[in-house]
Ligand binder design. Sequence first.
Ligand code: ADP
Length: 292
Amino acid sequence: MWDAIAAQISQATGQTFVLQDRRSVGGGSINQAYAVTDGRATYFVKVNQANQLAMFEAEAHALKAIYETHTIGVPRPLLWNIAGNAAFLVTTWIEFGGSRDAQAWARMGEQLAALHRVHSSQGFGWHHNNTIGSTPQLNPWTPDWQTFWAEQRLGYQFRLAKRRGGHFPQQDALIAALPALLEGHNPLPSMVHGDLWSGNAAIARTGDPIILDPAIYFGDREVDLAMTELFGGFPAAFYEGYRAAYPLEPGYERRKVLYNLYHVINHFNLFGGSYEGQANRMIDQLLRWADA
Ligand code: ADP
């Protein structure tokens, strides 16, 4: 398999690549990840079963779309294919290690804001479906944000959760409360990362902010800000940089809960356990706000 990957890297780059060293890179939850080098160039390779090629293809398209905005750093996809009985994706290798640099985090905020200023004229959605974790994420173009959030995000996850035995007694009430919760809020469709927890954002050794593993679509930019706060939060400089470049609108603190609910139900669908209770508490809170 590795000979086949090396041969395809040679072909894609036009530079003969003879694998000299390969080491496993930890931290990934879904794929095996490796750094491969021929002594001169180093690449990042993700490997999974052959039936996961479509997932790598979607990831490559997403990375390419973000790369082409020239707003924020991402690994650049080089090639994705089958080798032996595995699917693989090759991207540029990024040396991380600048994560304590506050100025770099302020740039991360500014550059994310620049990504969010890339708007779609087709409405909310994306021209491919993709995945959030390993859950399908459907992105049909939809003119109206509230409908998109109700049907393609919350509604879809609620249906999966029901099949998994989840119990969300107020789910219909919540969907009915969306007009109240989103009242007066008319976001433009922004290019969003879609899965921006702290494991998917880091500072390269060069000081460049990098985002990884996107679940891209055009949506309310607040979904990305909300998710940065879901598991621990980003450094304060990130929020200062973002707000200076693209101030948030009133009501974000409440919409944040509505947007993070999607990820919490998805976590219930992926991992079960206490995420059900967490989602129900969030739903109750949202309903209290909607009734007030
Ligand atoms: P998975 O798709 O399995 O979740 P990730 O994309 O999260 O895998 O990557 C796994 C690990 O590899 C993470 O620790 C991440 O920091 C690191 N990583 C991801 N992309 C690169 C890259 N282009 N260069 C160097 N390291 C990377």
